[in-house]
Ligand binder design. Sequence first.
Ligand code: ADP
Length: 656
Amino acid sequence: MLKSVLIANRGEIACRIIRTARRLGMRTIAVYSEADAQALHVKLADESHAIGPSPARESYLVAERILSVAKAANAECIHPGYGFLSENAEFAEACEAAGIVFVGPPASAIRAMGLKDAAKALVEKANVPVVPGYHGPNQDESFLRAEASAIGYPVLIKAVAGGGGKGMRRVEQDAEFSEALASAKREAASAFGNADVLIERYILKPRHVEMQVFADRHGNVVHLFERDCSLQRRHQKVIEEAPAPGMSEDVRAVMGRAATEAARAVGYVGAGTIEFIADGSDGLKPDGFFFMEMNTRLQVEHPVTEAITGLDLVELQFRIASGEPLPFAQSDLSINGHAVEARLYAEDPEKGFLPSTGKLWALDLPTGGRGIRVDTGVAAGDTVTPFYDPMIAKIIAHGATRDEALDRLSAALGRTVVAGPKTNTAFLRALCDAPGFRGDRFDTGFIDRNLESLGAQTSPPSHKSVAAGVAALLDQAVRARPQGAWAHDPWAVADGFAAGPALNRRLRLDVEGDAIDAELSFKDATAFLRIQGADGDIPLLPGTAVSVYPRGGDVLVIEAGRQTRVAFADLLDVDLDDAGGGDAAIKAPMHGKLVAVFVRVGDRVTKGQKLALVEAMKMEHALTAQVDGEVSDILAQEGAQVAEGAKILVVARSQP
Ligand code: ADP
C-alpha cells in the first residue's frame, strides 16, 4: 500500500480524501492557496504547503508548483480529487515522469475521453450507443446547420471540450441555429480555448443516469451500479441518488455492460463515470439510453454509491493505484437500500441562484443524524470566497427505501442552519418534498419547470422573521445600554417590557436592504410589532422555529432555511453604535461614483482609517472606518455609481 499522499485539491473533497488516507495509515500532505491558509483541509492534514495566491490559476492549477511540493515532501502519490488538475493528461504524465503515482487513469485514457467528439467516436466502435448526431471535424456553419436539420429539431450544440454545461445550446428550430452556434462557439472558445462543437439530437424527457466504473491494472472492470442525477439547473447537478428510480435489472445489466465496455475501450484504470442520457418519456428502457461522456475521476456525487454498496471509493482508488487487483467481482456486488445527496450551496435561489459569499457566522450541519452523512470543507467562522466553487457541504441520506432516504434528507435539511451567505437550504428541502420528484416521472427539466413552487423566486420577507429580528435587536440594545440610561424609555426597561399604558413607537427597519416601516406597541407586558402592509400585531416573544444571529449592527434570522437580515434603518430610535458591539456600515454620503476601495474583505482596520473614495460633484469624499474591526462585507465595486445612503462596506467591530 502507498504510504503518503499529496492531495492536490481543497474543500470538502480534500477533507474526504484525507480521512480515508489517514484510516489507511498514509501520511497526508495538503496544499493551499492564500485564501485557504486556515482552511479545514489544511488543519486535517499531517502537513501542508502554500502554493500561491488565491485564484486557482495561480495555485491549485499550477502543476509544476504542486509537483515540486510533492517531490520536496516525498509524496508517493498525488490524489487530484475532482476539478482542478484531475482530468489534465499532462499533469498525470508529469507525475509519472517524476516517479509519483497519479491516483487516476493513465494519461492516454484521460486524453481519449477528454474531447466529447473523439470519445463518442471511440465508444461507438465498442458498440456503446451514442446520441444520434454529428461529431466529426467539419465546423462549417452551413454544414452543421444541414446536419441539425437532418438530425431533427430540437438539437443540442455542445462544445467538444465542454464541461460544466458551458458552450451548450438547445436549438428549437432552423431559424435559431446560426445565432445559437455562434454564441456556443464564442463561449467555448473563451472557456476552453477550443471553439469546436458537435450536434446532437435533444433527447426529450431526458434523464441523466450515470454508471460508476472501476478498473484495476490487471484487466478487471466492474460497475458499482448507477446514479440518477436528473435534478439539474443549468446542466449542473443539484440532487443525486442511487439507484435510479424505475431502474430494472434488465436495463441495469445492459447499461452496466455498455459502461464497462466503454472503460475497456480506453484501457481505463481506477474510478470513472460513464454518463448516459436516457429517454425517460416511457420509463428506462434497454434501448433508450446513450453515452454522453466519461468523467475520468472521482465524482462529487460518489457518496451515494458508497452508501448503497458499503464501499469506500477513495480506498479503492488508492488500492488500485498501488497495483492491487479489485477485491471483488461483479457478482459479489449488491445494492443496499437507497441514497440521496443534496449539494448545499452558498447561493441565493431568490436572486437567480447568484453565488453568495462572506463569512459563515453560524454553520450547523446535520451531522450525526440517523442515516445521514455530511461532507464539508468549511467550519463556522470561515469565509466563502469568490475564488472557488461556493459549495458549503454535501448532505447524504441513506435509507431502506427511496422515500425513507428522501424523508431523512428533508429532515436533515430542516436541521441545517447557515448564517451569513444566503444558501439553497430551503430550495433543496422543497425539492426533496416535491411530489413530482417523489414520483419517478421527472426529468432534467424538472427544476426549471417548478422554480416558483420550489421557492426560487423573489418573495416578500417573512413577518415572523422580521419580528424575531426586531426582538433580538431590541434585546441587544437593552443589554448594551449602561444601567439606567434608558430610564425614561418605557419600552426599553431591561428584562422585558413594563406593563403600563399602551405606548406606540414607530420604527424604520432595514430588511434585506429595503426600508420597511413598523410600529411597536405594548399590551400586558408584551411588545407587539405591526409591520406596514401586514395585518395584525405580531407578539415579540422569544422566537420559535427561527434561529437568530445578532451581529451587532444587524441580525440574521434563519427560518426554515431562509435567511433574512434585519437592522434598524433609523439609528435615531436605537443607536446601536453608541451602545457598543455594533458593526459599522459605511454608506455613501451622496450620489456619486465609487472611485476606489482600499481594503478587502477580511482586512483589519482601525477607527479613522480611510477605506474608500466616493467622487461626487467633482470632489472626492473619503469614507473612513467608524470603529476598529474587520472588513466583513464589501457591497459595491470600484467604478460603480452609488446612491446616497447606499451601503458600501461593513466593518465588524472587534470583540473587546
Ligand atoms: P458538460 O460536460 O458540460 O456537463 P454533458 O454532456 O455532461 O455536458 O451534459 C450536461 C447535461 O446536459 C446532461 O446531464 C443533460 O442534462 C443535458 N444533456 C446533454 N446532452 C443532452 C441531449 N442530447 N439531450 C438532452 N439533454 C442533454
